[in-house]
Design a protein around this ligand. Structure first.
Ligand SMILES: [Zn+2]
Length: 78
């Protein structure tokens, strides 16, 4: 009976160590992925001034960023 308890305790300890180790590894991978992507460069819409990621921006012929097609067509705010 003493051995059964010992095995159970060792099993729980190993499970905790394995579980925590795996979770730490997942967090590390997630953070590495986030770091690899780098900070998203933000641009300001030339019409309404809203900030948006560079990948979502639309540009006019002059290279000015806009938040969407309506603002690109409207042009820069006077
Ligand atoms: Zn806009």
């Amino acid at each position: 009976m003493k051995y059964v308890l010992l095995i159970a305790v060792v099993g729980v300890v190993l499970w905790l160590m394995f579980g925590r180790g795996r979770r730490t590894e997942q967090v590390r991978q997630r953070e590495t992925k986030r770091t690899a992507a780098g900070p998203v460069s933000m641009l300001q819409c030339a019409h309404c001034g809203v900030h948006l990621p560079k990948s979502d921006a639309l540009f006019d012929a002059g290279g000015r960023p806009y938040c969407g097609e309506p603002h690109r067509l409207a042009g820069p705010r006077a």
